[in-house]
Design a protein around this ligand. Structure first.
Ligand code: GLN
Length: 498
């Protein structure tokens, strides 16, 4: 009889061990995830497409739909790209294939990764597994919610200003936005090229490190990539002795941070101290004050240029027109949703003659100041810590009509993205029965450091990544019994305690 696999709890590392030991076959593992998708995705809508068959005999994976996959439709959550089937694999998709990973499907995203809730997806929002009336975050809400809901052991997302870290925080799992230039952007649907970076979403820090090691490193198809200065180390151990953790005042006391979020993060930092870390305050005054405005000039400016390629001739849908001009105008009018249109207008304005210096040029200067103040902080500290998102998952619809409120979701993730630095979000507790994310920011190529701190803290915190509503009284502790026979994780018993 085929084993019943509890995909809600199984980590990718455990899945690999089961495969290696011959306890499950690649096909059985895949079937378990496809069953979970069939059961839970009608409610959560994490997948835009599932793939029935896939090469590879390794651990399954889901990819955000901005990642080009040969022969598999790639829409970036936009109507303008519907029907577009890439004839090539992005480098990250190719590296996953080379590592034997089986593609489960493509996950939902805000259109062109523009958003913080997946509500901007042209194909409808995804929902948060902890509370389906709430958003899973965005833009990579599909990937994050899929991992939490046991519909994929791990997934890839993309992060321009927070789209890996913030959804991971809201869904209660681990997300890494890597150092700019450590992961190839070749074949990623471009949003803002000086910021876009692909990275892993997983249940554990070790899984995130493992997946990062598969995708990272120089790619000759992307000249902005670099060789990693040191190999990726899978973290183990719980000592943080000798480590200096900086707590940026402005990022921990910014207006709008919910008290429950602040408290959970404060406790996690205290735990780090208990593990031997030296904790001290530092200051990033410009990051919070100017981060958002700076990002909302640079990202739309780059987006307005990147999105000019969608003309109805080369990709996706085409509207009819009497002339080429009319064809292009109609295609873009019908194909783009409100948010990309808003950003194209903002970006075009910021780049236009007469305004370029005042807006785009000025934002670039501010970006340099933000880079500098991070560099100074890393003269004194190894890692910085603060909340990932100011709030826990918010109700669907709450910020959808108010772009500024939506943009504020990334207040704390954006500064380090502008500085090109890696950031890891790990779950650090609950507030209002919803997950809170702790953001750890590292120096350039400081991923190993982040994995070490993240892993030690994850062990100390002992956060259970299974949403409260899916826990049963008999649930084992994570990691103890990877494959359970006869369990029905969705045989929903009433909510239990943390
Ligand atoms: N929410 C931010 C935005 O809308 C960041 C998105 C992202 O990281 N892709 O631009």
């Amino acid at each position: 009889m085929a084993p019943v696999i509890d995909t809600l709890r199984l980590t990718a590392e455990e899945a690999a061990t089961l495969l290696e030991g011959g306890e499950v076959s690649a096909g059985e593992l895949r079937a378990a995830y496809l069953d979970a998708i069939a059961e839970r995705d009608p409610q959560l809508h994490c997948f835009l497409k599932t793939v029935d068959e896939s090469e590879g005999d390794g651990v399954p994976i889901a990819l955000k739909d901005v990642i080009s996959t040969k022969g598999v439709e790639t829409t970036a959550g936009s109507k303008i790209l519907s029907g577009y089937v890439p004839v090539f694999d992005s480098t990250v998709a190719a590296r996953c294939k080379d590592a034997g990973l089986q593609l489960l499907g493509k996950t939902n995203t805000d259109e062109f990764a523009m958003g913080s809730s997946t509500e901007n997806s042209a194909f409808g929002p995804s929902r948060n597994p902890w509370d389906p009336t709430r958003v899973p975050g965005g833009s990579g809400g599909g990937s994050a919610a899929a991992v939490t809901a046991g519909m994929a052991p791990w997934a890839l997302g993309s992060d321009t200003g927070g789209s890996i870290k913030q959804p991971s925080a809201l869904c209660g799992n681990v997300g890494l936005r890597p150092t700019y230039g450590s992961v190839s952007r070749y074949g990623i649907v471009a949003f803002a090229s000086s910021l876009d970076q692909v990275g892993p979403v997983a249940k554990t820090v070790r899984d995130a490190a493992l997946l990062y090691s598969i995708i990272a490193g120089r790619d000759r198809c992307d000249s902005t990539t670099a060789e990693l200065p040191e190999p990726v180390r899978l973290p183990e151990g719980d000592s943080l002795a000798g480590l200096r953790i900086g707590v940026p005042t402005e990022l921990n006391e910014a207006e709008g941070i919910e008290p429950g979020v602040r408290e959970a993060v404060r406790k996690a930092i205290e735990l780090a101290e208990g593990l031997g870390a030296e904790v001290g305050e530092c200051s990033l005054p410009r990051s919070v004050r100017y981060g958002l405005p700076c990002y909302y000039l640079i990202a739309p400016a780059e987006a307005s240029s990147n999105l000019s390629r969608y003309d109805g001739v080369r990709f996706g849908i085409r509207a009819e027109g009497e002339s080429y001009q009319e064809l292009v105008e109609r295609t873009r009018d019908e194909g783009f949703g409100d948010e990309p249109k808003r950003r194209i207008m903002l970006g075009t304005y910021a780049l236009s003659a007469g305004y370029y210096d005042a807006f785009y040029g000025q934002a670039q200067k501010v970006r340099t100041l933000i880079i500098d103040e991070h560099r100074e902080a890393f003269d004194r500290f190894d890692v910085l810590a603060c909340p990932t998102s100011p709030t826990v998952a918010f109700p669907i619809g709450e910020r959808a009509a108010d772009p500024l409120a939506m943009y504020a979701s990334d207040l704390l993730t954006i500064p380090s993205c502008l500085a090109g630095l890696p950031g890891l979000s790990i779950p650090c507790g609950l507030s209002d029965r919803l997950p809170v994310g702790l953001q750890l920011i590292g120096p350039q190529f400081g991923e190993n450091l982040l994995f070490r701190v993240g892993h030690a803290l994850e062990e100390a915190i002992g956060f259970d990544t299974v949403p409260l509503r899916w826990r049963t009284r008999s649930d084992p502790v994570r990691g103890q019994i990877p494959a359970r026979v006869g369990s029905d994780p969705t045989g929903l018993t009433p909510e239990e305690t943390v």
